[in-house]
Design a protein around this ligand. Sequence first.
Ligand SMILES: *Cc1c(COP(=O)(O)O)cnc(C)c1O
Length: 421
Amino acid sequence: MPMSQEFQNRLFPGLPQIARHFGTPFHIYDETGIRQTAQELKTRFSPLPATFQEFFAVKALPNPSILAIMADMGFGFDCSSVPELVLSRQTGARGGLIMFTSNNTTYSDFQAAADHGGSILNLDDITLIDKLADVPELISFRYNPGPGRTGNEIIGNPVEAKYGVSTDQIEDAYRIMRDKGTRRFGLHTMLVSNERNHAYMVETVQMLLEMVDDLSAALDIEFEFINMGGGLGIPYHPDDPPLDLTAMADQIIGVYQQYKNRKGRAPALYMESGRYMTGPHGVLVTRAINRKDIYRKYIGVDSCMSALMRPGMYGAYHHIDVLGKSKDTHAVEVVDVVGSLCENIDKFAIQRPLPKIDMDDLIIIHDTGAHGHSMGFNYNAQLRPQELLLKSDGSVERIRRAETMADYFATLDTGAARLDV
Ligand SMILES: *Cc1c(COP(=O)(O)O)cnc(C)c1O
């Protein structure tokens, strides 16, 4: 089931009041659920015979209130842009708890990543070595195994993926850094997205440990950590089996134990999960405002793709509830649930059987806690909605206001920049 029964029990009774007070639409996140998932991840990996450290992927839900929860759970942050670095540092995190994994990076990005207490630089390409501001004490490279592995739908086949250092170049990359004077090393990869098959993650850890052995032997260097990336999947559809986190952790721990028995030591295991940590703990709440009956039946709601891109962008399924109605007790109607954008992909659901919707009904779109609000855009001058947090003490706090027209027009204040040519 996408949204947990516990989250429903915490949210649904007070939802009409929350909607009246704050107005719709909004994403609302569940602090209790986020903390439970964070704790479960830590508990499952606690028997690992090496350090385990999660770096929350900031892009999934870049809100300071959420990042504060992650910091409180002991997690670090995975960043890929300067604003994400700034957000992460605002939690107090520094140096070893910030990974800067960049793609197509500039010199000034690297400077920002090195400044203010630094971060772990994770380089995406061998040529980026020349863009570093200084020789860092610690370096990591993102490895792309190419034909050595298969990827999955969202992230694509590794051979076609723009990310990472190829198998041919990886040894040279570490050799160059070693010869420049870097003494501490990590190895990173990120091969899948929204993958619910835990065997894939176990294979990735195995692959990284083998790579560490090869590189250590060839270059006489030691690795402090491997980073298995994110990409842990969640069930968006009620029929999707969930990722078996226990089996994943147990098998990775088994791989680590064997490795440690053979080598006498093992590198720390880093993970940078985003979706799995917050995805199921958020929903988009929107109100039905129009009904249209032409060749198909349409329910128009008061939000659109600016709040949630995944259905339009990936054809992703997001489960939908109508508050107070169930398909068992109400007449069922097959509808498209749509936003107001002049784009026919602006649909939250296509030909979905739902309990018959009346105007002003509250519609709950599940699993928007990751890559939801953060992916939103402003096409058609549509503004992004507010974000709320359902706190563990039962209160609800607005943690980001809705965008206003003034926000949208702010970039038109160009400082009258002009050039006569
Ligand atoms: C997006 C991303 C993640 C997080 O992915 P999830 O699917 O949200 O777990 C982690 N690492 C890198 C490098 C990413 O680009």
